[in-house]
Design a protein around this ligand. Sequence first.
Ligand code: PGA
Length: 253
Amino acid sequence: MRKRIPIIAGNWKMHLTAAEAVQLVDGIHYGLPFPGDVDVIVAPPFLSLPGMANHLRESYIGIAAQNLHFEDQGAFTGECSGKQVKDAGADYVIVGHSERRQYFAETDEIINKKIKASYRNSLVPILCIGETLEERERGEVSAIIGRQLAVGLLDVPGPEAARLIIAYEPVWAIGTGKTALPGQVEDVHRLIRVSLALKYGGLVADAVRILYGGSVKPSNSKELLTLPNVDGALVGGASLKAPDFIEIIKSTG
Ligand code: PGA
């Protein structure tokens, strides 16, 4: 199997002022000057993107936006397009986070348009998928994951899919302190890999990096990040504290 470089991405959500953001990334950069073979990404709120991009020019830390609109411009008050996000200095963008699906009514169809807008604007999408607790209890995990992948990636060609990052985030594990068990995580990650192989072939499936997200912290990151089909983590709460984020980055090595 091809060795994939792991990714540790911090999703800051609606936290931190511009000054606090600078303090946090300085804490990460100077606290861990040589991260080794790992891609480190932070996802600040839109307003901090240009400042962060400028501040991190000489750093190993990459930048993701947390969202984008699927059109490149137009009368969409309060939104930001992929074109603007790219212009602001982001190279990645989180698409379809469960909070967007839950609070902002994002459907798989909308998410598919956003995935295409990401590629159109040379942004690498981090596609978030995952089931709710009720769906898991009803035994629907594979059906939900299958649908989110099939619709989310509709008409996305193989060469683009090969650059995709997927984050499996069971909704019941996000911000709750409840982490999925390693066995549950590996099962779903394998399912995602197999679904990608069926759609795109083994080479593309092998290239896609599949992150786990949901209450990842220093105390559980090692056992999650060493699972065969887990290629990193999307971290919420613990990404807001430099020492915790650094510990999680180190546990990939
Ligand atoms: P959490 O959030 O680590 O705070 O559970 C993860 C996420 O929402 O990406």
